[in-house]
Design a protein around this ligand. Structure first.
Ligand code: MEV
Length: 405
């Protein structure tokens, strides 16, 4: 900290602020990552109104972007009827990869590996603690790529049921252990031995409906359907459409200390699986004018091990959610993603996204300009009224309104 403070010319106040670890103890912080000099707090919020698979949930969300939590809560209210949003996760199957190079006659070797599949799976299942928890290696497949710049490559995929863990450690342990066995069988040399974040066997699907009146009328429902079609046609729009979904998914991931980079990487790869980038959700109208949304994406999340268990606030988030399994957490996250998507599309169709954003943006500016308490709303409202949502104007208003208080 001393070096950084000197390097960046930090004031004593800045050092004190940065040093504050918030709700992490020093021991926990330094056990999580390296070179810790301080902490950074994000707001921890609750999205309301969620009914998923007939069960009510309070949803912890950690995000820096205004409007997301309010939007999710609003959409969840519209989709509450009956069982609410329905979400179903597949088995929690991850892929572990071993890349072997210098393999002569790779198709022959691929055959040998397939033939000895049971032996390999048995060996894999002697590693780590997965089997004790009901998981383990379930299947194996082999891919051959001939004549690459580095010669023939044989890629072995182990499909591993990781149960309630995110699974990176479990899968990596297995592939590292199995690699020497595969080298012997193929005569090749193992290079990369690691999980794939392209978790195509660890999918979750969520769907729900909302009636046109809830949305503000048939025109709005139609507008959302059209917005879906535009995302299906246009990858540039699909990326933004999916970004809206990830607003919800990642906010829950952060609250529960998931590996959100893994989730993002897998989701966007899955969106491209057809060869062009597509939306992770679609919206359709039925004859009665009801709008149906369907979302499908891979989610690699865990409720045991890793930061989920180490970070005390992540544990509290899981307690608030009341989820006990990785499957249920994935279902909740997919439902939040779907609701978030509906809210974004509705806002785009009805009034454009900026109006709601601007209110919160104005509040942020007011705070940055030094407003506290009641003054925050007063300054924000003045800025909106004047159509001047700018920092310099916020400073001017704070000074003016403070004098009047
Ligand atoms: C903003 O964070 C997310 C949106 O852009 C998503 C969308 O356009 O669908 C509003």
């Amino acid at each position: 900290m001393k070096l950084v403070a000197e390097w960046a010319d930090l004031s004593q106040d800045e050092v004190e602020l940065l040093k504050d670890l918030g709700n992490l103890s020093r021991d926990v912080a330094t056990s999580m990552v390296e070179n810790v000099i301080g902490g950074m707090t994000y707001p921890f919020s609750i999205a309301t109104n969620f009914r998923i698979n007939s069960k009510d949930y309070l949803i912890p969300m950690v995000i820096e972007e205004p409007s997301v939590i309010a939007a999710a809560s609003n959409a969840a209210k519209m989709m509450r009827e009956g069982a609410g949003i329905i979400a179903k996760a597949s088995e929690q199957l991850m892929i572990g990869q071993v890349h072997l190079v210098k393999v002569s006659n790779p198709y022959v070797k691929a055959g040998i590996v397939i033939e000895r599949k049971n032996e390999i799976l048995e060996y894999a299942n002697q590693q780590g603690v997965l089997v004790k928890h009901g998981g383990g290696a379930r299947d194996l497949s082999v891919r051959v790529i001939e004549g690459t710049p580095i010669g023939n490559v044989l890629i072995v995929h182990l499909v591993v049921d990781v149960k309630d863990a995110m699974g990176a450690n479990a899968v990596n342990t297995i592939v590292e252990a199995v690699a020497p066995l595969l080298e012997k069988m193929t005569g090749g040399e193992a290079r990369l031995r690691i999980l794939s974040n392209y978790a195509v066997y660890r999918l979750v699907r969520a769907w729900g409906k909302v009636c046109a009146e809830e949305l503000g009328g048939g025109e709005v429902a139609k507008g959302i359907y059209e917005a879906s079609v535009l995302a299906e046609l246009d990858p540039f729009r699909a990326v933004t459409h999916n970004k809206g979904i990830m607003n919800g998914v990642i906010a829950v991931a952060l609250a529960t200390a998931q590996d959100h980079r893994a989730i993002e990487a897998g989701a966007h790869a899955y969106a491209s699986r057809s060869g062009s980038y597509k939306p992770l959700s679609i919206w359709r109208l039925d004859e009665g004018g009801e709008l149906y949304g369907y979302l499908e994406m891979p989610l690699q999340v865990g409720v045991v091990g890793g930061a989920t268990r180490v970070h005390p606030v992540a544990r509290i988030a899981l307690k608030i959610l009341g989820v006990k399994t990785a499957k249920e957490l994935a279902e909740v996250m997919a439902a939040v993603g779907l609701a978030q998507n509906l809210a974004a599309l509705r806002a785009l169709v009805v009034e454009g996204i900026q109006k709601g954003h601007m209110k919160l943006h104005a509040k942020n500016l007011a705070i940055m300009a030094g407003a506290t308490g009641d003054l925050i709303d007063k300054v924000a409202n003045e800025m909106i009224k004047a159509g001047k949502i700018r920092f310099d104007y916020a400073v001017e208003l704070v000074e003016k309104l403070r004098m009047q208080q």
